[in-house]
Design a protein around this ligand. Sequence first.
Ligand code: NCD
Length: 290
Amino acid sequence: MRGLLTLRSLSVPEIMDIIDLAIRFKKGLTVNYSGKKMVNLFYENSTRTQYSFQIAMMNLGIQPLSFNLAGSSVAKGETLYDTVRTFEALGVDGIVIRHKQDVFYKELETIKVPIFNGGDGTSDHPTQTLLDLMTIYEEFGRFQGLKICLVGDIRHSRVAHGNAEVMKRLGMEVYISGPPEFCDDTGKFLPLDKAIKVCDIINLLRVQMERHEEEMKISKEEYHQKWGMTIQRVGAMKRGAIIMHPAPINRGVEIASEVAECVSSRIYKQMENGVYIRMAVISMALEGKL
Ligand code: NCD
């Protein structure tokens, strides 16, 4: 299959090639694919991923098609395969898909047009992982030996699962922290107040209420006090350490409102880098390199 489905099948040099190209786009490289058309098929809500893919297409001269899920034949029961096969027949040059099903792309193996995974279930979110890596690389100039703690709702997070897999391969030490019911075997557990003292990166995760089978056991206030990034915790962070979050953020739950925009936060830089990463993966796919 062409495009970008998961980073698990890419080598470290291949991942670095994507980040290098994104950095070149950020520095002003321009490429024009006018006449090409791509479509975003989002079966789950999205602001950043959906619209940064769209802006990336526009920056590359590609015409993005808008897809209205509720007004499409998906509402009549059309399968993912049949919708994708339709857009392929219509002549699009690439399809971005976000879907609640893990590894949704398995059923699309015979599709020839490049497919970009905008997030599958709780497994992977490859362009988010790449933009997180780009942000870390710009900050520290390396990955080897850096300590990162993923904090919060790890169990339900495709960002946590996708990031941890690649970060370990890049030589980073991956830790996790959060309420026991949200933790899994993604990394070694560290109490949050220890993590903020020793880690270079605190990667907060949204409490993903829509994926929970039961109501959260603790109140939002209690969560914030026990597991949230407060101004006091920012003050106790390791010197030079940064805060990341894929967003959307729940202000007052996993992050204090003022922390989102404090000097250690890279949340808006992550969003900005997302456009360049998506330009890089789209252009590599159109050049037959992905
Ligand atoms: C994430 C997602 O949807 O996987 N957001 C994103 O794409 N930036 C994380 C989340 O929803 O919490």
